[in-house]
Design a protein around this ligand. Sequence first.
Ligand code: PSU
Ligand code: MN
Length: 310
Amino acid sequence: MANLNEFLAFSPEVAAARQAGLPLVALESTVISHGMPWPDNLATAQTLEAAVRDQGAVPATIAVIDGKVRIGLSPGELERLARGEEPVQKLSRRDLAIRLCLGGLGATTVAATMVAARAAGIQVFATGGIGGVHRGAQQSFDISADLSELARTPVAVVCAGAKSILDLPLTLEVLETLGVPVLGYATARFPAFYSRDSGLPVDARVDSPSAIAHVCRTHWGLGLQSGVLVTHPVPAELALDPAVAEAAIAQALGEALDQGIRGKDTTPFLLARVKALTGGESLKTNVALIQNNARLAAQVAVALAASAGR
Ligand code: PSU
Ligand code: MN
């Protein structure tokens, strides 16, 4: 029977880093293919990788390409995903086997990237925002598979919280139920992606990458096989006015309902509409916060590597 490791294909840079035991940081690809417009998406993907390297770690952008789970992409592969000239499927956990069998291009969400990162032995992953419990989930049952993945896969996910296209209080309730620690980096409040403060508390404030690494090592050392969510607020000078973000989100949610958008199309639809309705400012915010997260994730990966074996 097939096993995931047989499907992994490492880039030369990632293979060398694994050999040398260097710290690695996983990066997702759905944010490139479905989260940002061309050509900003390619530029962002490249600067994320550079931000990780700057901090002394090695980036591993993850995607499914032509029947392989690629751990680390060549510049040409990154461009193929970003250009979107060929269809690019959005892959969560349930889509991995299908795409590996059928071929073509698949961009991994937070959930699928965690699956692949764990198989590749990568403990730290940087993204922008995670999926969560959608507003109206009481009726729609729309709860992102990112949450159940966080419950079962021991990878630290560095994000800027979650966009308030989601129901943030319910998202935090579900993370509590699933046993996922939620840390705030230099903050006691859960960030709301475009803004620094959702008004909701995190489980603990931590003030250094080594403190984050310490909690992760201890959590996993206790045998608690879940992810750890590390939240990192957007830099203050780049945050969006919460009223502007909320107005765009309310309109986007209304349009999604009117147009009968459902399932895996919901999040990309809402992201695209919010972006269009807030104009270029939200894209600037988005790019800045992901870069910020990549930098912190690299610092955590370095701290984890330094403490390995202790
Ligand atoms: N939220 C964002 N930006 C994103 C996503 C979510 O602010 O790019 C993407 C991520 O890849 C995330 C996925 O894992 O959407 C969640 O999709 P869904 O809600 O269908 O589970
Ligand atoms: Mn969903």
